[in-house]
Ligand binder design. Structure first.
Ligand code: HSE
Length: 416
């Protein structure tokens, strides 16, 4: 019998316990041993829970208990999750987590301790909810040099954008729905400002390229500036707006970014809707592989956590090798050096003057207009590919021209 402790009895923690109870027989058969929940740690009381006899507030009792061989950390946040995880690993207990913030920040250090102790730190649930992506990257695609990862990695923002596009719902209404359904983070700013997707692409990049990619070094924009008019313009261009997390190998360096991007409706990620996540991985031997599934929610996330527990029970005596170390050199490419096309909206009283300036500054642009009267006083266009630093300079100078009232919004455009 393998005894485990679950740290955190929130949405994911209660889902993990429920899945372990509901599928206990088949899980034991697959794991080759019985998995027994000995403790559930939470600062709250759950007097009506059928699991109340397992609930404790005493972390020391868990970490000092030699019978516990696997700790499941589903608390979220950095502290106390970091301290508990480190202590658990140092005392020789395997750890399974769904905590993307912790993995993105301390992945290299915690994996090094696990290796040293010949145990495992597994985090399949930290990216893509229930979608298998960590294990495929680490094992099934190990023969490849990964050249690019492009993903819709946040279920909440994908749900909001889909509701805006398909149902014409407002941003606030759609966010409220996502919170009700249990998709959103405790502080939904992490979803809508792109921080959650940023942590997830930091994890995938670190795994794919073998070196720690710090989330703070990733250029990150959320979806709060996206309006219904932007959605309409995109639709008019036979495109949709998605919050994309991108990570690319550029020579010996790595480029990563999270931002809204206008992509054609024919793009393989355009049809990824609602709370679903989609991750496109490009490898030199395999070409393109797509991963698709529910990226958030109680049971999809619990499914990935329980799979990691089963994996550990099967391999209780050995460390599965994960290459993810800190690099001595700065590996990150500056976003200013990367090239892209941009969709730009400019508010003006003198459209011919703006059109004239735009063509001089950017060369031949594609102008777009929609029937919405709210956009009557603006010029909207898509630029040819330009470096980000050139775009900033150009937009600054355009913004200072007397006939330009404001640059409304700028959204990156990707053809493939
Ligand atoms: N808030 C996250 C999302 C949960 O919406 O994708 C899963 O990490």
């Amino acid at each position: 019998m393998v005894k485990i402790a679950v740290l955190g009895f929130g949405t994911v923690g209660s889902g993990v316990v429920e899945v372990l109870r509901k599928n206990s027989q088949s899980i034991s058969r697959k794991a080759g041993d019985v998995i027994d929940i000995k403790y559930i740690l939470d600062i709250r009381d759950f007097p009506d829970s059928p699991e109340r006899h397992l609930l404790t507030k005493d972390i020391d009792a868990i970490l000092d208990d030699d019978e516990v061989s696997i700790v499941v950390e589903v608390m979220g946040g950095i502290e106390p999750a970091y301290s508990y995880t480190k202590r658990a690993l140092l005392s020789g207990k395997h750890v399974v987590t769904s905590n993307k913030e912790l993995v993105a920040t301390y992945g290299a250090e915690l994996l090094a301790i696990a290796k040293e102790k010949n145990i495992n730190y597994l985090f399949e649930a930290s990216v893509g909810g229930g979608i298998p992506i960590i294990r495929p990257l680490n094992q099934c695609l190990a023969a490849n040099e990964i050249t690019e990862i492009v993903g819709i990695l946040n279920g909440t923002t994908n749900y909001i954008l889909t509701q805006m596009i398909k149902e014409g719902k407002s941003f606030e209404e759609a966010l409220h729905d996502a919170q009700e359904k249990g998709y959103a983070e405790r502080n939904p700013e992490a979803d809508v400002e792109g921080y959650d997707a940023c942590r997830k692409i930091a994890i995938l990049s670190s795994l794919a390229f073998g070196y720690q990619v710090d989330a703070e070094r990733i250029h990150t924009e959320g979806i709060t500036k996206i309006s219904m008019e932007d959605v309409e313009y995109a639709d008019h261009m036979e495109c949709v707006i998605k919050l994309l997390a991108v990570s690319r190998k550029m020579g010996d360096k790595i480029f990563a970014r999270v931002s809204p991007v206008i992509i054609p409706k024919s793009h393989s990620l355009a049809g990824v809707e609602d709370v679903f996540n989609g991750i496109l991985v490009r490898g030199d031997a395999i070409g393109d592989v797509m991963f698709y599934g529910r990226g958030a929610g109680k049971f999809p996330t619990a499914s990935a956590v329980v799979a990691d527990i089963i994996d550990i029970v099967r391999n209780i005596d050995r460390n599965s090798r994960v290459i993810w170390t800190k690099s001595e050199q700065d590996l990150m490419v500056d976003i200013g050096e990367t090239k892209c096309s941009y969709f730009v909206r400019i508010k003006t009283d003198d459209k011919p003057a703006v059109i004239n300036v735009i063509s001089r500054v950017f060369g031949s642009c594609n102008f777009v207009s929609i029937a919405n009267p709210k956009t009557a006083d603006e010029v909207a266009f898509v630029t040819p590919p330009r470096k980000e630093k050139e775009l900033s300079v150009a937009l600054n100078s355009i913004n200072n021209m007397p006939f330009v009232n404001a640059v409304y919004n700028v959204i990156r455009v990707e053809k493939e």
